[in-house]
Write a protein that binds this ligand. Structure first.
Ligand SMILES: Cc1cc2nc3c(=O)[nH]c(=O)nc-3n(C[C@H](O)[C@H](O)[C@H](O)COP(=O)(O)OP(=O)(O)OC[C@H]3O[C@@H](n4cnc5c(N)ncnc54)[C@H](O)[C@@H]3O)c2cc1C
Length: 462
């Protein structure tokens, strides 16, 4: 018999996961369908991890409104999910009089748009906040609310919460066709068809292709690649703010920021590319990032680069989210969530639920919500080995497997036993930070692979 759902969400990036969590609060049968083996394995796996206040989005747009709301909700709801927020503040730095004039205009516009905490500061104040910055600063803008967050645990926490509250997550299930039926849509998955009363397309870099399955052709995805350098944790004392250049019309520029894991990140580049599967880090990209590091924070180059990565922003022809309700077709498109989706996801989820409840579905709100928490992955805790009682009760929290990131056997075991388990080694890295450190898994890789294989083999045998 064909399985039937009230809502099918296609795409388990940070946006699809947040939307699934939103609908899990209602008496609805909801399925979250993901093409890849793990959630958060598209655009959501490679970003700068800045929780933006929206002060750098175009004012008056839907994006600005939803990022503002997403930021507000993240601050309120993330701590309950166990997600860290490290508020460092954003420091935009002008190096010329022309840039200082642009910065003054930006600050006035930000205040006029409601971002009242954006203040102009002089060069001395800039150096007080970032003493290792290269000489020659003319002026700065300080935004105290800008923060950094955990980009991997965020979609995981939303998905875990959604699943704990009744959503079915089906991974490794690309939707390959959509056929209108009386009750909504029949969607083709590798295991056969399912039916849904309402389809929500959160296909990220493939949102245009997913929309086309439903006969919608409003936009084309234009990927914008962003490459990054991740500097070793030894560099962390050099910077304690999110350092941003004055943006130009083409891009917000390369920023330098600490991560919640204790590294320093330099990036992203901004390259428009045709292939949404082109995840290459290139020699040109690395050279551009090294130049930025050398120009802005020269002491960084005395430290080692731990790794590089790249992300692809799912942009479209317009610099705006493409959230399109289609009530007559029982379909909502959530596309073009380009460079602010991590910050905006909870705002987007609320907005999409509002569109769905405006005539497309009806459902009562649940009162019995199952709470979930994801483990902290921060170096400075709280990690299980910080807690004497946990350590005494379970020796696995005292056995370190990944020495670079200090990940224990107990943490890896717990991640593998999660109700939303990692389905690949890369997913296990994102859930625990194992193999993400200085040696990139040189020492622990074989043991971690064996643990992953044992967990997935025993699951298959059950
Ligand atoms: C370089 C860079 C820097 C960024 N910096 C920040 C930042 O600092 N702060 C911030 O807030 N945001 C930032 N972003 C933006 C943020 O990462 C994105 O907006 C967000 O990840 C988009 O999420 P998504 O869920 O829309 O897309 P995705 O994460 O791509 O999710 C879409 C999912 O749909 C799945 N899918 C596609 N087709 C199908 C199908 N047919 N069937 C089933 N599943 C399908 C894909 O496999 C994928 O998992 C940055 C992005 C980049 C690239």
């Amino acid at each position: 018999m064909t399985a039937r759902f009230d809502i099918a969400i296609i795409g388990a990036g940070v946006v699809g996961c947040a939307i699934a969590r939103e609908f899990s609060r209602y008496r609805l049968d909801t399925i979250l369908i993901e093409a890849r083996s793990d959630l958060g394995d598209g655009a959501s796996k490679g970003n700068s991890a800045v929780l933006s206040t929206a002060s750098d989005t175009p004012y008056g747009t839907l994006e600005c409104r939803l990022v503002t709301r997403g930021h507000e909700r993240y601050r309120r709801e993330a701590p309950g999910l166990g997600l860290p927020i490290v508020t460092l503040g954003g420091l935009t730095v002008a190096w010329t009089e022309a840039e200082a004039a642009t910065l003054t205009a930006m600050q006035r516009a930000a205040v006029a748009a409601g971002f009242h905490d954006a203040v102009l500061v002089d060069a001395a104040s800039v150096y007080a906040r970032a003493p290792h910055l290269a000489r020659g600063v003319v002026a700065g803008m300080w935004e105290p609310e800008e923060a950094i967050v955990d980009p991997f645990s965020t979609p995981y926490a939303y998905a875990l919460d959604a699943v704990a509250n009744g959503v079915e997550l089906r991974s490794a299930s690309p939707v390959t066709a959509a056929r209108p039926v009386d009750s909504g849509w029949a969607l083709s998955l590798p295991t056969g068809e399912i039916e849904a009363g309402l389809v929500i397309n959160c296909g990220g870099l493939r949102a245009d292709a997913v929309d086309a399955l439903g006969g919608n052709t409003d936009f084309r995805i234009r990927a914008r690649r962003g490459q990054f350098l991740v500097f070793d944790k030894s560099a962390r004392p050099l910077l304690d703010a999110i350092l941003k250049p004055v943006p130009n019309p083409a891009s917000r520029g390369i920023l330098i920021t600490p991560t919640v894991f204790g590294n320093i990140l330099v990036g992203p580049t901004a390259e428009d590319i045709d292939d949404v599967d082109d995840w290459r880090v290139t020699p040109d990209g690395i050279a551009q990032l090294e130049r930025a590091a050398e120009t802005l924070l020269p002491a960084l180059l005395d430290h080692e680069v731990t790794t590089t990565y790249c992300g692809l922003r799912p942009g479209t022809e317009q610099p705006e989210y493409r959230i399109i309700p289609r009530p007559e077709r029982r379909w909502i498109t959530v596309g073009g969530i380009r460079s602010t989706g991590l910050s905006g996801a909870l705002g987007i989820a609320e907005h999409v639920a509002g569109l769905a409840f405006d005539g497309m579905i009806e459902a009562a709100r649940k009162t019995d919500i199952v709470p979930v928490r994801v483990p902290s992955l921060l170096d400075d805790g709280p990690r299980p080995w910080h807690e004497a009682a946990r350590l005494a009760a379970d020796a696995a929290y005292g056995e370190i497997v990944c020495h670079c990131e200090r990940v224990t056997l107990g943490e890896i075991r717990d991640a593998l036993a999660s109700p939303v388990p990692p389905r690949s080694l890369k997913a296990l890295k994102r859930r625990t930070r194992v193999m993400f450190g200085r040696c990139q898994g040189f020492f622990c890789g074989a043991r971690v692979q064996a643990m992953f294989d044992a967990a997935t083999t025993s699951e298959a045998a059950e």
